[in-house]
Structure formats: C-alpha cells, structure tokens
Ligand binder design. Structure first.
Ligand SMILES: *[C@@H]1O[C@H](CO)[C@@H](O)[C@H](O)[C@H]1NC(C)=O
Ligand SMILES: *[C@@H]1O[C@H](CO)[C@@H](O)[C@H](O)[C@H]1NC(C)=O
Ligand SMILES: *[C@@H]1O[C@H](CO)[C@@H](O)[C@H](O)[C@H]1NC(C)=O
Ligand SMILES: [Fe+2]
Length: 476
C-alpha cells in the first residue's frame, strides 16, 4: 500500500525544466499521472444507461457536409430497432422539422451490437442553435447543438483538440476540463475507446460504455473523427479480421462531401478553417486512393475563403518520445513536401501518450543519394503538435530521447487537451492545458500566425483591403 502511495505521489513533486542554449526546446520533467491508468468500472455512473425502454444512448454528432450546414446525428437503441427519426427546430420543445436516418447492427465475435442509427440533418442555417429530439415515446431524449458560422476568412472559431482518450478517470478529467474550455467542436486525433484492450464480447461492451461516457459532450457539438491503431481491431484469434469494423459501424464521417472514397480520410470546412483528416493506417504511398485524393483536396483549399489549413492524423511525423519513435517516418517521406508547398498551418497528431510541439522545421531535402538528412528550420513548414495525452489505460509515455532534437520546442508527459482559438485570418491563440489536481492548467501556449496571410505581399494587400473598407465606411 505504502509503495503504491509512493508511486502515485512521487511524480507530483518533480517539477523542474531543463533549458538548453539559444532557441533550444524545453523538456518539462513535470509528470502528472493524476490517477492510476485503469478503466472506470462498468457500474460507475459515467456509463449509466438512460432510463426507459429502448431509450436512445451513445448520442454523438459530427459535421455532415463540406461547409457546416449539416450534421450527422448517431445513436444506439438497445432493445429493438425503434425509430431512426430526428425531430428538430430552432426553439426548445418545438420541433417543426424531421429527418429520417438509417439503422444497422453488427456482430463482433459473439457480441451483438444494439441498433445503430445515423441520421443526416441538412439544410441548416449557419450560426444557429438547433434543438433536437430522438425517439417519440416517454423514453425520448432531447439535446441541442450550434451550427458553425458561414465560411468566412475572418470569422473566429474555437476548436478543442483531444487524442487517445479511452475511459479511465484520467479520460474523465480530460473531458471535464475540455468542457470548461468554451470550444465549439473537437478535432479528435484517433484511438477512441481502447475497447480492443479487452477480449471476446467485452470489446463490443466497451465501445458501448465509451459511447455513453463521451455523450455529455458529443451529443452537443461535432467531434471530427480520425482513426487510430486501436480502431483497427484485427483480432484473428476471435475470427475478427476486418479492419475498423466497430469504428466504421458506430462513427460516420462526411467523406463523400469531399469526394473521398473512404470514411477514414476526408476534409471539411468549418468557419475559417479547412480541416484535412488523414488515415495513418490506410495505404498512402503514391497512386493509392488516399494519396490521389489528398493531391486533389489540396488543390481545393482556398486560403482566401478558409485561411487556416489544419491536418489531423494519428501517428505524429515529428516525435522525439521513445514511444512510437519513427512510426510516422513513412508518411512524412510521402506527404511532407506537400505540407510545405501548401503552407499547412498546423498538423495535429496523437498516438504518443504525451505532449510535444515542434518549431517550424522540415526535412524534405533528404533523398537516398543526398546526405541532407537533418530537419532544418523552415518558415514554410507547419507546426507539428502531438496531443496523445487524453488519458487512456495504457498510461503515459514518459521517456523522451536525450538530447532533445532541435525541432522539438516543448514536450511533457502529462494528461491534457489543447484548444485552438482562431481570431481572424492572421492570428490564432493556441493552448495546451494539463490536467492537474482536478484543475485545468494552461501549460504551453503561443500565438499561431497564419502561414498564407503572413507573407509580406499578402499582408500589404490585406492592409490596403482594410484601408479601403474603412474609407468605404467613412464615405457611405
Ligand atoms: C440485427 O438485428 C436483427 C433483428 O433483431 C437480427 O435478426 C439480426 O441477426 C441482427 N444482425 C446482426 C448482424 O447482428
Ligand atoms: C537528391 O538530393 C540532392 C540534394 O538535395 C539533389 O541535388 C538531387 O537532385 C536529389 N536527387 C533526386 C533524384 O531528386
Ligand atoms: C487579428 O487578431 C489579432 C489578435 O486578436 C489582433 O491583434 C489583430 O489586430 C487582428 N487583425 C485584424 C486585421 O483585425
Ligand atoms: Fe495510437
């Protein structure tokens, strides 16, 4: 018992940073593990099944189209298929509109899923609060969501960033802190439930508990999904060999709207951001569907309409943690030069259960006949940020490579989440918030300057534009 206490308490006292010379990065040796990395027991209230026969549960929404005028609402009914209808409207309890969805079910080993409903609700007004109701009898449930503002280069919007969440007490702490952040949508970086840490029928059960666990936020705002290795669920000993089976049944994405051929990679536009979701665990080398799609999607990006270009993926391309070291290298070799060419603002990844942020560095000059194999400072490169610290049962990845590489700006092995608060076309405020003693502690933050609009010629153009509009206002 004493030993356990020591193990729990000791890391909390370690708090000093090692600084290096010049522009060198910071390795924070603060490690905040908060609670033991075990899943919350099944009978805990965070997994409570809503009351009533066949009551809708595991409610979650995601953006339903390219530009944010639609949502996909998903839920599960446990006892019978029930209705796939959504009633909705812009005032509470008054639902003038309806939408009809689909229902499906699947088996995983001997687990039989509940009835999984997906309903597209489209033709929505921008920047509007909608109320919605699922089910029609006395076990119906009501929620609400707010649509994003219309696509506009200067419209503010606040995203939350969460990865590798799981269903432990640390996961709950991350969720609760995120919900205080005031962010309007989550960019989720893959590894949702960690149900694949279980066996046989428990895998499906832990997908269900996770769906109920995150409903407190996923029912009210869109979560933009990307898939991680824990979604693959290749489990031949149970006869389950179809990759991403549970994930794809339960979580949908609006992939057709961006002309993608798979729900695992796609893009959306939201407010002033163009968000591209990539799949680390689907083929991506030259000529594969994902590669061909991305080549086209980059051409569709219009920084005059959506100045912010954000990429989500599971496996980080720049990672100086010993955990998952070099796993992103193959994708880096294939895609990094495009990220530089298209001036991507920021690349978010998960997978490594720690936090790390890079400086603007690139490593695109290396080839197998040249010797230029070191990342170099590059003003055109994105910032790479790993936020794999949602709090799952595998625990923290506390061993960073020593010395800290030049590209690494800040790294710390603690649980938490990030927010990206876009202010206008040139400025966004970024924060990483550590979960600390039940408090949310802003730990790493900086102002992100837009990569496209920060070029001198565009800045001059922008000044002229504002001058004109001010003069315009004065003369009319
Ligand atoms: C889906 O549900 C129906 C009706 O309850 C059931 O007959 C069928 O076996 C289920 N299918 C799967 C794949 O579990
Ligand atoms: C390999 O890299 C070197 C140095 O950057 C460059 O000069 C050369 O053209 C590259 N080779 C090919 C085949 O791209
Ligand atoms: C953009 O936002 C930043 C940060 O709030 C502010 O300093 C800047 O003046 C804004 N730019 C314009 C053109 O409004
Ligand atoms: Fe992972």
């Amino acid at each position: 018992m004493q030993l356990l206490l020591l193990q729990l308490v000791f890391p909390f006292f370690v708090l000093f940073c090692s600084f290096k010379n010049g522009n060198a990065g910071i390795t924070s040796t603060f490690i905040r593990s908060e609670w033991p990395s075990v899943d919350i027991p099944l009978d805990n209230e965070v997994f409570a099944v809503p009351k009533g026969h066949n009551a809708p549960q595991q409610v979650h929404i995601t953006q339903g189209d390219y530009d944010g005028k639609a949502v996909i609402i998903s839920w599960v009914t446990a006892d019978e298929p029930g209705s796939s209808k959504i009633q909705y409207g812009t005032s509470e309890k008054k639902y003038q509109l309806t939408a009809e969805g689909t229902v499906s079910n699947y088996t995983f080993y001997k687990y039989k899923s509940g009835y999984i409903h997906h309903c597209l609700v489209d033709g929505l007004e921008s920047d509007t609060k909608y109320y919605y109701k699922i089910g029609s009898d006395d076990s119906s449930r009501e929620f609400w969501f707010q649509t994003p503002p219309e696509i506009n280069p200067d419209v503010p919007y606040k995203f939350g960033i969460i990865g590798d969440l799981g269903q432990t007490y640390n996961s709950l702490s991350t969720l609760e802190h995120y919900m205080q952040s005031g962010a309007q949508a989550v960019l989720f970086l893959g590894d949702l439930s960690y149900a694949d840490r279980y066996q046989y029928t428990d895998v499906g059960l832990r997908w269900d508990t996770w769906g109920r666990f995150v409903e407190r936020t996923t029912a009210y705002q869109p979560w933009i999904w990307s898939a991680g290795n824990h979604e693959i669920e290749y489990m031949p000993y149970m006869g389950e060999v179809v990759p991403f089976k549970s994930f794809l049944q339960r979580y949908t994405t609006p992939y057709l709207a961006s002309k993608s051929s798979s729900p695992l990679w796609y893009a959306i536009r939201c407010a002033s951001a163009h968000i591209i979701v990539l799949s680390s665990y689907s083929p991506f080398v030259k000529y594969t569907p994902q590669w061909m799609w991305l080549a086209e999607e980059f051409k569709r990006v219009d920084r005059e309409k959506t100045p912010w270009l954000i990429i989500l993926m599971h496996v980080p391309l720049y990672n100086s943690n010993e955990a998952h070291y070099m796993e992103g290298e193959s994708m880096r070799v294939v895609f990094e030069s495009w990220f530089i060419h298209y001036k991507v603002d920021v690349v978010f990844a998960g997978h490594v259960h720690a936090y790390e942020r890079s400086y603007r560095f690139s490593n695109i000059h290396y080839n197998i006949t040249s010797g230029n194999r070191y990342p170099v400072p590059d003003k055109s490169s994105p910032v790479y940020i790993t936020v794999g610290d949602g709090g799952n049962q595998e625990g923290l990845a506390g061993r960073f490579t020593d010395p800290q590489p030049d590209y690494s700006a800040f790294r710390e092995a603690s649980y938490g989440h990030s927010t990206l608060e876009i202010k206008n076309r040139t400025h966004a405020f970024y924060h990483w918030n550590r979960n600390d003693d039940g408090k949310k502690v802003p730990t790493d933050s900086f102002i992100l300057h837009n990569q496209y609009w920060s070029s001198n010629s565009r800045r001059r153009k922008l000044k002229k534009h504002y001058l004109r509009s001010v003069v315009g206002e004065m003369t009319t």
